[in-house]
Design a protein around this ligand. Sequence first.
Ligand code: RB5
Length: 145
Amino acid sequence: MRTIAIASDHGGVELRALLARDLAEWGWGVLDLGTDGPASVDYPDFAVKVAGALKSGQAERGLLLCGTGIGISIAANRFVHVRAALVHDAFGARMARQHNDANVLVMGARVIGPEVARDCLKIFLETAFEGGRHAGRVAKLSDNA
Ligand code: RB5
């Protein structure tokens, strides 16, 4: 079973719960790394958890949510093995995979509605990296590591 690690700060708890149900329905193993309630937490701590799950091989993809998606995407992209894409629509979700080989989808739970988020996630999971001219560009993302 393919596994995705998911996490959010307090801003993304409700959307994360909804998307976790979708993921299970779509046949994905879900490694849910919190946060578990509405109490205020720090989004970088949850980016670290998903980055760790990707690094260890516990998960092959990640999903991160915070209020805007901005803070948690910045945090996730500090890790050289993470290519986190902050996405707001289906086009972005598709391009993030086809051109950027993104391994983590990031969305802003206070920005995006649940149906658009669900659409983005499905596309992100089902779209392949195109490789070709994009492969060298993606490789360059790690040049300054
Ligand atoms: C939390 O209030 C909020 O700052 C956080 O979820 C996120 O939007 C940060 O980028």
